[in-house]
Design a protein around this ligand. Structure first.
Ligand code: OGA
Ligand code: MN
Length: 282
């Protein structure tokens, strides 16, 4: 197995490995690389749902994607209930998966719950000719880029992560619309988060929309958030994945943000996805 960093400390390509048959030694090497680089890309992984789910489970306990709208009864019928679909494809008038073809703004996954899943795994199956690139931003580097005063200011602050909207800005089923970010439902986390495995601090903002810093007025909170967001995705700290079919990307939501470009609804994008809880927390 070969680990090739794409930049000095962010994103690595993993080659010469078949994730369907990876052994324990190789997996620990891959896991260490994931902790070190935050994002891994492994090309040419022709995994079916069973294989993707089995591989993902090596990172820790599988977490269901936020498809709360489905009844327990319907969920129980799904063979690989931890593998979900992201797609713009419509079949029989219904979207077959989440996020459609819209742009998804910068975010980390499910930070609006108390114990968000650290690992997200995304496998590209059908990829549009144009658009739909996924961008990643290193949040260790974002924190380091902050002016000292700003960093000191936020070291004691928390932030509320909005649970009501998806990364394409849609209201999740079961949530009411609101304007005032103080009304947003969602978990409160420290703004600077020490990664429990690497021990390194990272900026931890979740997403910009409807975020709120408890204790501040909405105006103060918005002003401080805007100031901070200027450092989230500096060009030197970001990397863009241009998908090829059968690329698998694994990122660490504790220290990485991602966003996705929109694409033409007349093209097809079809992705398989798993997310995984902390293997150390259980
Ligand atoms: C995700 C996500 C972006 C993409 O899987 O959490 O935001 O490229 N996906 O589809
Ligand atoms: Mn996401």
């Amino acid at each position: 197995m070969k680990v090739t960093p794409i930049t000095a400390n962010f994103v690595a390509d993993i080659e010469d490995v078949n994730l369907a048959t990876i052994n324990d030694t190789e997996f620990e090497q891959l896991y260490s690389a994931w902790l070190e680089y935050g994002v891994l890309r492994i090309r040419n992984q022709n995994l079916d749902d069973e294989q993707l789910q089995t591989f993902s489970k090596r990172f820790g306990p599988l977490e269901e994607a936020p498809f709360g709208r489905m009844s327990e009864e319907d969920k129980a019928k799904i063979k690989h209930r931890y593998v979900t679909t992201l797609s713009n494809i419509i079949a029989d008038g219904k979207p077959i998966g989440g996020l459609g073809n819209s742009e998804a703004t910068w975010h980390s996954d499910m930070t609006y719950i108390e114990t968000p899943p650290p690992a997200s795994l995304l496998l590209g199956i059908e990829i549009p000719e144009q658009g739909g690139d996924t961008h990643f931003a290193n949040q260790y580097a974002a924190l380091e880029a902050l002016p000292g005063e700003l960093r000191t200011q936020i070291a004691i602050l928390t932030i509320k992560h909005n649970a009501a909207h998806t990364s394409v800005g849609k209201l999740r089923p079961g949530f009411e619309a609101f304007d005032d970010p103080r009304e947003a439902p969602g978990a409160i986390h420290p703004m600077i988060r020490t990664h429990n495995e690497s021990g390194r601090p990272a900026l931890y903002l979740g997403r910009r929309e409807w975020a709120y810093i408890p204790g501040l007025s909405v105006t103060e909170s918005d002003a401080l958030l805007d100031e901070l967001w200027a450092y989230v995705a500096l060009e030197e700290n970001t990397w863009t994945q241009k998908w090829q079919p059968l690329d698998l990307i694994i990122w660490d939501n504790r220290c990485v943000m991602h966003r996705r470009d929109g694409f033409d609804q007349n093209s097809r994008r079809y992705m398989r996805r798993c997310q995984v809880l902390d293997r150390n927390a259980v």
